[in-house]
Design a protein. Structure first.
Length: 219
């Protein structure tokens, strides 16, 4: 009996995984608004009844797919954090290239999420935990900010993500880069090497024990 239950559970998990993988493909190609539950189940070779055993709605499965896609992004931001702290231009450009590659690979999904946010205003609040993950993955950068300005850094990171997402949504919509990719990486390295650190006008000192001054990027 236990073996039968185990086999059923395995089959249930396989079905759920198939629904998630199909949803990623469908949302990426059709967007959120034009995708229906029937599209999702047809792509997965499942039934509507099976779909609703696993997910409560089209939005629910989009959120689950997005969470899976974002699972590895903290590691990408940690690499960016280390490159900024070390001051290595080559490491910084490599970190930016990794982040860009993630956005390129998920540009269709990002468009679907943007459509869903327009259709469901509460979605932005639900996805705000991603900013917290970004913030937490940047300890070296955070250590250069006075405690009273921590929220300013969080806002900078939030605006960075929003701008980057919009840039890649435009890229996905046009299907081509408006600028050479290498040039874009170089310009971003110029900007990011300074924009994630506190402005010179900051008057509150960072605690000496926490201070980790970034070095100027070098080739």
């Amino acid at each position: 009996m236990a073996r039968l239950v185990s086999l059923r559970e395995q089959q249930k998990q396989l079905t759920r995984q198939r629904l998630l993988e199909s949803a990623l493909e469908v949302f990426s190609s059709k967007g959120y608004v034009n995708t229906t539950v029937d599209d999702l189940v047809a792509s997965a070779g499942a039934s509507r009844a099976t779909f609703y055993l696993h997910f409560s709605s089209k939005l629910d499965i989009l959120l689950k797919v997005s969470a899976i896609a974002a699972k590895n992004t903290p590691a990408l931001y940690a690499a960016l954090d280390k490159a900024l702290a070390d001051g290595s231009r080559a490491a910084l450009e490599a970190a930016i290239d990794g982040i860009m590659s993630w956005f390129e690979a998920h540009s269709g999904l990002l468009q679907a999420c943007a459509e869903a946010a327009m259709d469901t205003p509460d979605l932005s609040r639900k996805a705000r935990y991603l900013i917290d993950e970004f913030f937490n993955a940047m300890p070296c950068v955070r250590s250069t900010w006075p405690p009273s300005l921590a929220e300013q850094l969080r806002l900078r990171l939030y605006l960075f993500v929003q701008q980057f997402e919009r840039f890649f949504q435009n890229h996905a919509a046009s299907g081509k880069w408006d600028f050479p990719r290498d040039a874009l990486i170089s310009v971003l390295a110029d900007i990011w090497s300074v924009s994630f650190f506190p402005p010179a006008s900051s008057t509150e000192p960072v605690r000496k024990s926490d201070r980790r001054r970034p070095r100027a990027p070098s080739s």
